[in-house]
Design a protein around this ligand. Structure first.
Ligand SMILES: [Mn+2]
Length: 297
């Protein structure tokens, strides 16, 4: 697999590593998220190299590499350990697959006391679900167990015990989907992100978004975050100089016939690459990125 059909650079030279993790075992709704990574990367051809918000072409300056897909759940952490991203200046972006993969990723890239910015329609905080403790319904439970703080954004479907924990656990900051319909709450969220410090990991479940924009998810919920709030969140996050982004994931996309859902996810991926690249001043570096190795027009 390739990003926007660009040649994959070596692991050593890569500024951004994209890791497909098409794992799908514990889904309880519509199936198909195993096709997520290929669909997101496949749509790349329909995106421009130029990124209109940060106003540059990130791949002119940055080298990208799409790794071989990780298929085995139990090997996710090991595979990422071997990529050596933790001690490098590279950005790792994982593409799911179901949301259960996130704690396996953070087990490799994060030390304790990081903050997880978690966009999702669901709290994903069950201790176990349908007989599995490593389910798409349990990742935030594990992330809290790993010693991290969580900011839940866009949640609009909660199990009763999850609601109680959200109220009581001081390691959880909660911006429900309903409250985020008000501009004052949006400003509070952005202010909160602006004031973050330390290591941060970004996890985006595609069901966080309005299903009118992203129909291709397994467990859709009415309501949802819109594209422009997502952009504000990402811009604010990557503009924060007091944090280090230790990785990101985009999960739970199910490719669908209209292509709209996968274009949404592909463009999210592009924004993450672009905003991170600008934050690392790649636009002031030598112009020898992946895009410079191909003819484009
Ligand atoms: Mn989720």
């Amino acid at each position: 697999m390739q990003y926007q059909s660009l040649p994959n650079t070596t692991l050593e030279d890569a500024d951004v590593i994209i890791l497909p993790i098409p794992y799908e075992k514990t889904v309880s709704g519509k199936v198909g998220t195993a096709g997520g990574p290929e669909a997101i990367l496949g749509i790349g051809d329909d995106l421009e190299f130029y990124e209109e918000d940060a106003k540059w072409s990130p791949t002119k300056y940055m080298k990208l590499r799409v790794e071989k897909p990780v298929l085995e759940y139990n090997s996710i952490t090991n595979v990422i350990d071997m990529l050596n991203v933790k001690s490098s200046k590279k950005l790792l972006i994982s593409l799911g697959g179901e949301h259960s993969i996130t704690p396996q990723i953070t087990a490799s890239v994060l030390d304790k006391n990081a903050t997880i910015l978690f966009l999702d329609a669901h709290a994903d905080m069950r201790e176990s679900y349908q007989g599995s403790i490593y389910s798409h319904a349990t990742p935030t439970h594990h992330l809290l167990d790993q010693g991290h703080k969580i900011i839940l954004v866009g949640v609009r479907s909660i199990f009763e015990s999850e609601a109680k924990r959200i109220e009581e656990d001081e390691n959880i900051t909660f911006f429900s989907d309903r409250i985020l319909q008000k501009s004052k709450a949006q400003e509070e969220l952005l202010e909160h992100i602006k004031n973050l410090e330390g290591d941060v990991y970004l996890s985006i479940d595609m069901d966080a978004f309005n299903p009118a924009c992203v129909a291709g998810v397994g467990t859709p919920q009415p309501g949802g975050i819109d594209w422009f709030l997502a952009l504000d969140i990402l811009e604010t996050l990557f503009a924060n100089k007091n944090i280090e982004i230790k990785g990101a994931d985009i999960v739970e996309l199910i490719p669908e016939a209209s292509n709209v859902s996968q274009v949404f996810a592909a463009k999210l991926l592009q924004k993450i690459i672009s905003f991170w690249g600008k934050s690392q001043s790649f636009d002031k570096s030598e112009m020898n990125g992946s895009q410079m190795q191909v003819e484009y027009e």
